[in-house]
Every structure is written in structure tokens, then in C-alpha cells.
Write a protein that binds this ligand. Structure first.
Ligand code: ADP
Ligand code: MG
Ligand code: MG
Length: 252
């Protein structure tokens, strides 16, 4: 599904990713943990193809093809989805309008018939009910005035509607209370499938109690310095990151 080799990327001339390697197969859920500023969001943004993030070396293969030349919209059409750490507000564009356009764009690309307004509303209302989201959020501007938890749920709703092949969730657990966290986790778990891969960026072990990852990676100073199973997250919770952060410096 995804093979990242020796990835180097810069933001504003500062090298943030420094030789990152990661392989993700279909069906797997990978958690990426690591201290603040280690490059987790940068990795997510680079995979989504956002402006300002410049790949200076290395390779990213998605389904065997070079991902890097593709524009963000092309990546999305090909099934790459990013849930942002800080979801963007889009004043003047209603949530339902954006979601319908996004879903029909992907459906068209997959050779499926577009959904009309009625069909789409039926689908989205059912998914919103599962996430315990109020219908009223459909008719508000995208994320505008949404609470932190509503924004995060809206990201998971988008993911559920788009049915991506590779989903990258950047701190989708942050700012959620326990009830909202469980709903978000249920939403994520419902999308686990042998055809789909997920990368979950998280600061805390808590989400991983509910969405149990196949692999846990620690990112430090722009590269993965340790990989383990779900038990690694527990060890990190106990010991922090300090014992790992020194490793790359010594290697260098
Ligand atoms: P994380 O998500 O792991 O907390 P980030 O990927 O957001 O880390 O940030 C990694 C580093 O890149 C930080 O030192 C941060 O200050 C820097 N950085 C991120 N975005 C920008 C930007 N737009 N301009 C300059 N520096 C940035
Ligand atoms: Mg952070
Ligand atoms: Mg981040």
C-alpha cells in the first residue's frame, strides 16, 4: 500500500523529515507516536501533498506508484485521505455541500454513479447518527464554530463517506472527552478492512486502547527510531520518549 524510503522533507528551508522509512500493507493499522515537533504532522502533510512541504530526497510509493508527483486532489481521488490535526474552517461553504461534492468526485473516479441529494442525505444522516452528530452540522459552514470534538468527528465522518484506501489520521483523538473518543474510535474501527490501511498519529496511548494498532512507531527528529507492537505504546506511556530521543543523535 505504502512504502516510504529515506524520506527527507523541508518546511521553509528547515529540514524536518530526515531519512524516514515506513512500510504499510493493506489491512494494517500503524500508530505513529513521538514528542511534539518530531515531524508527525509534517509526515501527514507530505503524504497528502500539501504546499510548503518540500521533499528533498527519498521515495514514496503508493500502490506501487510514485505518489509524490500527484497533486493533492489526485491523491484524494486515488484513495489517500488525511484527517487534519487542525481541521480547516471554510466560511460560506456548507458542510453538506462540500461532503457531497467530495463523495461524488471519488465515486465518479471509481466508476460509480453519482448520488443525488436524497440518496446522499440518507447516507450521511445514517453515518452521522452513528457518530452522534447533530444534523444541524450539515448546514453550517465547514467546521466554522464547530467545537474541537465536532471538528474531529466531522473528519471521521468524511473518512467514512470517502472510504479511502489509505487513511492518515493526525491526532484525531486530541481534545476529545472519553465519550467522544469512544465514538471516534468506533468510527475508525468500523473502517478497518483487509483492503484498507490506516496510519494514526497520536500523542497519547489512550486512543490505542480502543483502536488497537498492528504496529507502533516512534518518530524522533524526523525519523522512525523504534518500531514495536501495541505494547510499545504502553511502554512509552510509562517511560516517556527521552530514552529513545538520544538514539539518532548517537548514530549521527
Ligand atoms: P509534530 O506533529 O510531531 O508535533 P510537526 O510536524 O508539526 O511536529 O513539526 C515538526 C517541526 O517542524 C517543528 O519544529 C515545527 O516547528 C516545524 N514546522 C512545522 N510546520 C512548519 C512551518 N509551516 N514553518 C516552519 N516550521 C514548521
Ligand atoms: Mg504536535
Ligand atoms: Mg502534529
Amino acid at each position: 500500500m505504502l512504502k516510504i524510503t529515506n524520506l527527507h522533507a523541508s518546511v521553509d528551508g528547515n529540514e524536518i523529515l530526515r531519512g524516514l522509512n515506513l512500510t504499510v500493507n493493506a489491512g494494517e493499522v500503524h500508530a505513529i507516536m513521538g514528542p511534539n515537533g518530531s515531524g508527525k504532522s509534517t509526515l501527514a502533510q507530505v503524504l497528502a501533498g500539501r504546499d510548503n512541504y518540500h521533499v528533498t530526497a527519498g521515495e514514496v510509493l503508493y500502490q506501487g506508484r510514485d505518489l509524490l508527483p500527484l497533486a493533492p486532489e489526485e491523491r484524494a481521488r486515488e484513495g489517500v485521505f488525511l484527517a487534519f490535526q487542525y481541521p480547516v474552517e471554510i466560511p460560506g461553504v456548507s458542510n453538506v455541500y462540500l461532503l457531497k461534492a467530495a463523495v461524488n468526485n471519488v465515486r465518479k473516479h471509481r466508476g460509480l454513479p453519482e448520488l443525488d441529494a436524497m440518496e446522499f442525505l440518507k447516507l450521511i444522516k445514517q453515518k452521522m447518527k452513528q457518530m452522534q452528530m447533530s444534523d444541524e452540522l450539515l448546514y453550517r459552514s465547514v467546521n466554522e464554530g464547530f467545537s474541537g470534538g465536532e471538528k474531529k468527528r466531522n473528519e471521521v465522518l468524511q473518512m467514512a463517506l470517502l472510504e479511502p484506501k489509505l487513511a492518515i489520521l493526525d491526532e484525531t483523538d486530541s481534545g476529545l472527552d472519553i465519550d467522544a473518543l469512544q465514538l471516534v474510535a468506533q468510527g475508525i474501527n468500523a473502517l478497518r478492512s483487509p483492503e484498507r490501511a490506516m496510519i494514526m498519529v497520536t500523542h497519547y496511548q489512550r486512543l490505542l486502547d480502543y483502536v488497537v494498532p498492528d504496529f507502533v512507531h516512534v518518530l524522533s527528529q524526523g525519523r522512525i527510531v523504534k518500531t514495536g507492537g501495541k505494547e510499545l505504546a504502553l511502554e512509552l506511556e510509562e517511560r516517556g520518549y527521552g530514552w529513545l530521543e538520544e538514539a539518532p543523535a548517537r548514530q549521527a
